[in-house]
Design a protein around this ligand. Sequence first.
Ligand code: IPE
Ligand code: IPE
Ligand code: MG
Length: 246
Amino acid sequence: MSHKANIDLQKVPQHVAIIMDGNGRWAKQQGENRIYGHYEGVNSVRDVVEGAGEVGVKYITLYAFSTENWNRPKEEVDALMELLVSTISAETPALNKKNVRLQAIGNLNSLPVTCLQELNESIDLTSMNTGLTLVLALSYSSKWELINAVKHIANDLKIGNLESDQISEEHIEKYLCTRLIPDPELMIRTSGEHRISNFLLWQLAYAEFYFTDKLWPDFRKEDLFEAILNYQNRERRFGKTSEQLT
Ligand code: IPE
Ligand code: IPE
Ligand code: MG
């Protein structure tokens, strides 16, 4: 039976974050070059976004390109940027049809101009949609984001808008890229790697982690449903005892 039928729709995480990993290895298994794997990965994105909408997830954040990924060979970086531009423009009508709103987090100004233009256009064209919000993490790293927040707070202190003993979680969150987005309850990483790779360090403080050996181009909505089911069978204690929860 499909995992979907077993999901408790009242307890679906409102925000799922995914580290889409394993495109290169997938391509290698097929005897193709890494870029081919990135192209195939787009099919997974399409299917997973659709699945997330079907079960009522409100936000899905996809780690598409990290700050560290700029250090890959130039051909691969160029191909990824190219893929980003073509995918975003080709998928915008489908996003509108599915009532999906696109957003992006990261150091977006470091993206090539055409990429940023496409991205902003699609964000604009989908901004009135009221269903799922799809957040692309692009040229994103948590340490970059946190340094940025610290700079803003330092400035607030300097100009007298803030006293140091007033600094709270809210002040920090106000300066994160995710300020208008609730923290993910579930973080999925594909490809058998068990690490966070500079992704949403602050926001994942209490997230449930789910790891699968599947490589990203093999991941489909059924795998997302399986991860959500697994999440629903966990006890989230937030520091309390099990007895306190019942
Ligand atoms: C994830 O797949 C996509 C990006 C990081 C852009 P990889 O390209 O990291 O694939 P592997 O991990 O080398 O197999
Ligand atoms: C993390 O994958 C970044 C994205 C999925 C965009 P990587 O493949 O770059 O991560 P590491 O370097 O193996 O940790
Ligand atoms: Mg990888």
